[in-house]
Design a binder for this molecule. Structure first.
Ligand SMILES: *Cc1c(COP(=O)(O)O)cnc(C)c1O
Length: 393
């Protein structure tokens, strides 16, 4: 039996997978079981931020695995402390919580926001509504699915969690209207600066400004879901830096540990002590091996000039594609890009790219680029050449 049949016999079919079995990888290239090479513009949905098996990352992970792999959260490890300190130092946040995924990071933010209002205004105030945006994506748990502002996700699993109200992204009037309708009941506004799964759609600076003004006026927490946009993806360490704002809470996950499962929730001084002993937890959260990998990523991404390169490479890709006759627009920032096509379907192009040795993603009707942050210009050229060939067919 081949790997695909073997797999499908025992794993629930929750994904539409390509007929491709990946066996190993190096830098920006993945290799299939048959030995065919694929340039990777998707990096495992933005998780392999340093590409495949980056040497410093592998060494850090292996060294930690040889030393101690897990302790439970009844005890302390140095590598957890080092990771948390480094992340807080880079981002300017006060404290963080360790989970294992983007959804878990957001669950933490949701709990934190509700408890912040509960503690401050009391149970009777029922100040528990979290405003999220239409077309957002926050995860697959019951809580984060309920937060997600896309009807396609609100099926089968009823009842969803109450207390989430959607506002149209970039619609200031809608935001003000929904705030007025729920006056005194809103504890947080949660948003992605660039909606990733929703189609690589950036928020307008003016809309973001109003979110922060209204939040400030009404003691509403701002939660920025940086699960996809964080760790240098947009050319800043956090995407919200591009907007000149400092949310109360930031969640991160995908690229944070270079391909190992992690999810963190960062909080500023105002809400760093909301979650107290016994109010939240995770068995695997802060796993030392993951933290060691994460620390290697943080050291690299925060090194001199690294983020400038992300910006330059993003611009390089943009320049190569913007005049392509099949391309009608390019959205996003840094190395997070969405490419709109004139006549072709993004899904078809994605499949054709795969057949020609290029892994790339889609987001709604766009092609989506999330290449490793340290991708070389040479590999960009090779990948773009494949894409150009497909677009010209
Ligand atoms: C991927 C993603 C999530 C969910 O992360 P998981 O690790 O799959 O739980 C949440 N928010 C955003 C913005 C994402 O891109």
């Amino acid at each position: 039996m081949n790997t695909i049949e073997h797999f499908n016999e025992h794993v629930m079919p929750t994904y539409g997978r390509y007929d491709l079995v990946l066996d190993k990888g190096e830098k920006q290239t993945a290799v299939s079981e048959e030995g065919k090479e694929y340039i990777d513009f998707g990096s495992g949905i933005g998780t392999n931020s340093l590409g495949y098996c980056n040497e410093d990352w592998v060494n850090a992970v292996c060294e930690q695995a040889h030393k101690i792999q897990h302790t439970s959260n009844y005890y302390y490890t140095k590598v957890q402390a080092d990771f948390a300190a480094k992340l807080c130092e880079i981002t300017g946040y006060s404290k963080m919580f360790f989970g294992n995924s983007g959804a878990e990071a957001n669950e933490c933010a949701i709990k934190l926001a509700r408890k912040y209002s509960f503690d401050k205004y009391g149970k009777e105030a029922e100040r528990n509504i979290i405003i999220t945006l239409v077309n957002s994506f926050h995860g697959r748990t019951m809580g984060t699915l309920s937060a997600t502002g896309q009807d396609v996700f609100h099926n089968y699993f009823f009842p969803f969690l109450p207390g989430f109200v959607n506002v149209k992204a970039n619609d200031i009037d809608d935001l003000k209207k929904v705030l007025a309708e729920n006056d005194g009941k809103v504890c947080a506004i949660m948003f992605e600066c660039i909606q990733g799964e929703g189609g690589v759609i950036g928020l307008d600076a003016a809309f973001v400004k109003v979110i922060f003004e209204e939040a400030e006026k009404n003691d509403i927490l701002t939660i920025c879901d940086e699960v996809q946009t964080g760790v240098g993806r947009t050319g800043k360490f956090l995407a919200c830096e591009n907007f000149g704002v400092k949310p109360d809470v930031v969640t991160m996950a995908k690229g944070l540990a270079g391909g190992l499962p992690i999810g963190v929730c960062l909080a500023n001084d105002k809400c760093k002590d909301v979650l107290t002993k016994g109010t939240h937890g995770s068995t695997f959260g802060g796993n030392p091996v993951v933290c060691a990998g994460g620390l290697a990523v943080l050291n690299k991404v925060s090194s001199e000039g690294f983020l400038d390169e992300v910006v330059q490479k993003g611009y390089y890709i943009w320049q190569k594609l913007i005049n392509n006759p099949e391309v009608t627009g390019i959205s996003g920032l840094g190395l997070m890009m969405g490419v709109s096509l004139k006549t072709k379907s993004a899904g078809d192009v994605c499949k054709a790219c795969l057949d020609n040795g290029l892994l790339i993603l889609t987001a709604k009707d766009k092609l989506r680029f999330l290449p490793p942050l340290n991708i070389s210009y040479e590999e960009i050229d090779k990948g773009i050449a494949i894409l150009e060939k497909i677009l010209a067919e």
